[in-house]
Design a protein around this ligand. Structure first.
Ligand code: PEP
Ligand code: MN
Length: 366
């Protein structure tokens, strides 16, 4: 059971709700506070045997906004009883059902020149979100592992210089969070970072707890490529249960030969499923799903076509690999779009979003 308080509620209301809840045998409480742009919301979560606890006693407490019974599954991320989408603003960028973001950038940071060329293209096209891989989890230990912490100062400096506000950046170890925090501070915090959990770490529970325990950076969680959607959603619950609910869920395809000739089997049919089961907004990653630059007879790359599938199903973020010279990329060059394709990609995303808005209006009539 989740008891949500009015943002204007007296601090005594919180104490009263906790005391009231703990009067029931076998019930313990956990308090969560979610600072938002216009209001800070506090929730008291009742844990344990809550079946016999009546909602009414909490509804009657002055300062209580709502009381919702939650199933054990996806206690925190779940869309229980028609709850709204969990929206948040990070570094001036709003993540909700209305705004669509394209995180276009380098799979792996290689040179300062390539980072700057990418940032210039983003700024020219009015894009304030990017992806920059500094810590790369590679299949082989002999492949390029990313520049790590040493590229952070100039990546952050260039992002700030070109007005980029949020960089999706994968962390593969808890200590990377500290490295990012320190580098951002030293760079004057002119930009921000969304901590990306890669598909290979989808069930690295200690890493998930670490990104959940910090509240400064939002999290971009990529579904596990070889586990069920349910297992991935349970894994996200680890992040939320540590107190950080600013999470975007990213679909990136699943490992199966049935997806051939694409790199993975594209799973964007799960966009509405994730939106139904949880309160998270959904991102799609067409680059790691498709993994190749082929163009369909209509002139559109496969990567565009699958972005269309995701956005037309209600995804509000797109994570996509670009490179100024894909043939020289240290990682995933064959799936990288070139910077001159950025304006058409943005036009494509915008068109798909407009179509989604029209189609969801049909949905409201059904
Ligand atoms: C990436 O986005 O750079 C990446 C490694 O993706 P994934 O974890 O989905 O393979
Ligand atoms: Mn990659």
């Amino acid at each position: 059971m989740i008891v949500t308080l009015e943002s204007s509620a007296d601090p005594k209301t919180l104490e009263a709700v906790v005391r009231l809840a703990e009067r029931y045998e076998g019930v313990t409480t956990k308090v969560y506070t979610f600072p938002g742009e216009s209001e800070t919301i506090s929730e008291v979560h009742l844990l344990g045997s809550t079946q016999s606890v009546p909602s009414k006693v909490f509804e009657e407490v002055a300062g209580v906004r709502s009381v919702v019974r939650v199933s054990m599954k996806y206690r925190l991320i779940g869309r229980h009883g028609g709850m709204g989408t969990h929206s948040f603003t990070y570094n001036g960028v709003r993540f909700d059902d209305e705004h669509v973001h394209v995180f276009a950038g380098l799979c792996a940071v290689d040179t300062r020149e390539h980072v700057e060329q990418t940032m210039i293209a983003l700024a020219k096209n009015g894009v304030t979100t990017t992806r920059m891989g500094a810590y790369k989890p590679r299949t082989s230990p002999y492949d390029f592992q990313g520049l790590g912490a040493r590229c952070l100062p100039w990546v952050f400096e260039l992002a700030a210089k070109h007005g980029v506000r949020v960089i999706a950046m994968e962390v593969t170890d808890a200590r990377h969070i500290e490295e990012i925090r320190n580098a951002l501070e030293q760079a004057g915090k002119g930009t921000g970072v969304m901590l990306q959990i890669g598909t290979r770490n989808a069930q690295n529970f200690e890493l998930l707890k670490a990104v959940g325990q910090q509240h400064e950076f939002p999290v971009l969680f990529k579904r596990g490529m070889g586990i069920t959607l349910e297992e991935s959603l349970n894994a996200v619950e680890y992040v939320a249960s540590e107190g950080n609910q600013n999470i975007v869920f990213c679909l990136r395809g699943v490992k199966s030969h049935l997806g051939e000739p694409m790199r993975n089997l594209v799973d964007f049919a799960h966009v509405p499923v994730v939106r139904k089961l949880t309160r998270m907004t959904v991102c799609v990653d067409p680059s790691h799903s498709v993994g190749r630059m082929d163009v369909a007879p209509d002139g559109l790359p496969y990567i565009f076509h699958v972005i269309g599938q995701g956005v037309i199903a209600g995804a509000t973020s797109v994570l996509v690999d670009f490179h100024p010279k894909p043939e020289t990329a240290m990682c995933d060059g064959p799936q990288a779009l070139t910077l001159d394709q950025l304006p058409v990609l943005l036009e494509y995303v915008h068109t798909a979003r407009t179509a989604y808005e029209k189609l969801s209006a049909i949905g409201k009539r059904l």
